[in-house]
Design a protein around this ligand. Structure first.
Ligand code: AMP
Ligand code: ZN
Ligand code: FE
Ligand code: FE
Length: 280
């Protein structure tokens, strides 16, 4: 297949229908293989539900699956996203904590629907669940209902006018702190990586997060510009952190213009992460 953008060997930041991506794990693996990618990281929000299907699908292709999660944590009102690669899926500590986070997502969804009721817009839980095919529900699923019902044209407008921070139906949810998220990942023998720090300019927090066990920084990302790439590459070198990369692919309708494989790393970074995890 022809591609009109630079393609990396491995895209280590992808979402599936297990959380708020549009492609099932199988469809994601198929798409990646068709593009010619040699590896992908499955990093759904607060769930490992997509791993098994992705690994099974990968057996039909020459593609490696890196198992991951993404935790959205809170640092003094700023969102800090932590990727956890190769966490141990049998860790009760991890399983229980992810369950708590997913339940908080459900509670928040109900509160958001209450806000909509106050605004004169009645949305049922079932309507939202029609778009939430996996166990981790999120605001993009609510935005999809708004699109279907004709209240907004696209997901961005849904966030801007209704459910984004500062908008009338915005509701926060329970989150870990970055340190708690990093320690949770490390206790589960995973590799903790700071996701897209350029989005919220998080360099001031990096020293303390390294102390908590951070082992990598996502340098290449669809929302990073060249200055971001340079800055976080330098910081990664200064603190001897692994540099990772990925698109944050959610599907064209969810994150327009964010192409699978358009941001990433060479395949050997997967091996570097596996090697680190082995000793964690
Ligand atoms: P949640 O997990 O429910 O807090 O929702 C966060 C998800 O919504 C992330 O995966 C983002 O990709 C997406 N998101 C956050 N803000 C926006 C925005 N302004 N426009 C579109 N998508 C957004
Ligand atoms: Zn997402
Ligand atoms: Fe993120
Ligand atoms: Fe993400």
């Amino acid at each position: 297949m022809d591609s009109t953008f630079d393609l990396y060997e491995a895209d280590l930041h992808c979402h599936t229908t297990a959380s708020d991506g549009l492609l099932s794990p199988t469809e994601l693996v198929q798409s990646a293989a068709k593009l010619g990618l040699k590896g992908i990281g499955i990093t759904d929000h607060d769930t490992i539900q997509g791993w098994e299907e992705a690994e099974e699908a990968s057996l039909n292709y020459q593609i490696r699956i890196l198992k991951g999660i993404e935790l959205n944590t809170n640092w003094e009102g700023k969102e800090v996203h932590i990727l956890g690669y190769e966490v141990d899926s049998s860790s009760n500590d991890l399983i229980e904590n992810l369950k708590v986070l997913r339940n908080a997502r459900k509670e928040r969804m109900l509160e958001i629907l209450d806000r909509f009721k106050d605004l004169g817009i009645n949305i049922s839980v079932e309507e939202v669940q029609q778009f939430a095919l996996g166990e981790s529900i999120g605001r993009p699923h609510i935005a999809q209902v708004l699109i279907e019902r004709g209240y907004v044209r696209d997901i961005r407008e849904g966030f801007d006018r209704f459910i984004g921070r500062g908008a009338p139906a915005y509701v926060s949810r329970y989150k870990l702190t970055p340190e708690e998220g990093i320690r949770l990942i490390r206790r589960a023998h995973g590799v903790a990586v700071l996701a897209h720090p350029g989005v919220n300019r998080l360099e001031d927090g990096i020293p303390r997060w390294v102390k908590a066990g951070l082992q990598g920084i996502e340098v290449l990302h669809s929302q990073h510009n060249q200055d971001d790439e340079k800055r976080y590459l330098e910081i990664a070198e200064e603190y001897h952190l692994l540099t990772t990369g990925g698109s944050d692919f959610h599907g064209e309708g969810r994150k327009p213009g964010v192409n699978l494989g358009g941001w990433g790393v060479s395949l050997d970074v997967i091996q570097q992460i596996l090697d680190l995890a082995k000793h964690n």
